[in-house]
Design a binder for this molecule. Sequence first.
Ligand code: SF4
Length: 321
Amino acid sequence: MKYVFGPVPSRRLGQSLGIDPIPLKTCNWNCVYCQLGRTMPLTLERGEYAPRHELLAEVEQALAACQPGEIDWATFVGSGEPTLHSGLGWMIRQVKAHTDLPVAVITNGSLLFLPEVRDELLAADAVLPTLDAGNAWLYRQINRAAPRFTFERLIEGIEMFRKVFTGRLWIETMLVKGMNDTAEALGEIALVLERLQPDHVHITLPIRPPAEAWVRLSDEAGVRRAEQILGKIASVSVPSESEARATRVGDLAETVLSIVTRHPMREAELLTLLNRWSADEVRQALQDLAGRHQVRAVDRDGLAFWSAAAMSFHTSRGDKK
Ligand code: SF4
């Protein structure tokens, strides 16, 4: 399948059927921690990136292949910013017409200042925008958005959406050591959260190879600080390594490729996740994909992560790998 993957385990959404309407790294942000590598170039315009009817046919096929109770959420997410797809509202409504599953959209939130995007997302049951910074300077340092997508527009967009959205608004905050995990930075994020009134805040960590090699995970003290400061405004959940099982949809090589394209993983993690196949089968699939230049191993602090070959990672501020 080209546009649908999983179900895969998600800390926020249980077993989530991933729906990816955007080609790899089609995004208007270039986050320093992005696990998909650097955004080159930034994409500014909305468009019909995935053919909507083809995508919907895949969703129907995946839903038919799963047992009742096997999926908790259908989630628009993946290898770029899903609100850049101009048919997102139509696709959300169509998915909801085909299933009783709740539909979530994981988004950077940057297009919510557009009335049409807010209207489209009203059809979802949960929307998960990103908030990594409480001021414009830090937002530019971390998210490196295209200039028209300013911090003020991000906050105003989420705030306007909150006023009309009756579903769940869950903010996602990626904690980067020394950038947004200080008491000052977290205090500023908390002030913004007061305006946004989210139902929940998910704190996440850049545990996969980030676009910039100098990015470091916030340590335990930083996570505790975030929990304490942000927790005064909203309920907060903190990271834990989720362990779950991928479900067999499509063949093994296709499954491996769909996972590492969106979520670079160590080989041991892949073996655990794909334990419906033998370790030899998974290793062989990785070698076959590498031989076809579809995946590659990327070094991160001495650990090898498998990722899509097309991803671009940098080992230092200047060196491309
Ligand atoms: S983390 Fe998300 S918003 Fe940031 S660059 Fe990557 S795909 Fe875009």
